[in-house]
Design a protein around this ligand. Sequence first.
Ligand SMILES: [Fe+2]
Length: 142
Amino acid sequence: MIEEKEIYILAKKFFEEEYGNERTRIHSACVIDLAVKAAPFFDLDEEVFIIAGWIHDMGRKIDADTHPEKSIAFLDKFLEANPEYKAKRELISDCILHHGRRKLPTTKYGKIMQLCDAASLKHQTYKDYLKKVGKINKKGKN
Ligand SMILES: [Fe+2]
């Protein structure tokens, strides 16, 4: 189970301490679930998606419009505390900076992250959450 991996627990703990927003928690877990499932089909490192997944929307704490750029500051804080993951910074940054709809990811990681970020809105766990909090939008968007 991905949720039991050390890096998942570490990055999720960082998310909870720095942000902890409930909807973003559910959304991020769904993005990670999808990206980690896709990773072996492209021979990609799931740890990149786990770290990027937990951190990519944290910048919303500061500003919604520029949140991808703001999330990079959280990534750097995480990497300072966990330097063993610094070698993955460039790939994680592509995932974080370019996850939005009109962005152009430069790596396979960024491309998959962008697709999974969009697809996560139709993840059953996310739909169940929206139903629970009564925020269902007829277009299926959040
Ligand atoms: Fe997202």
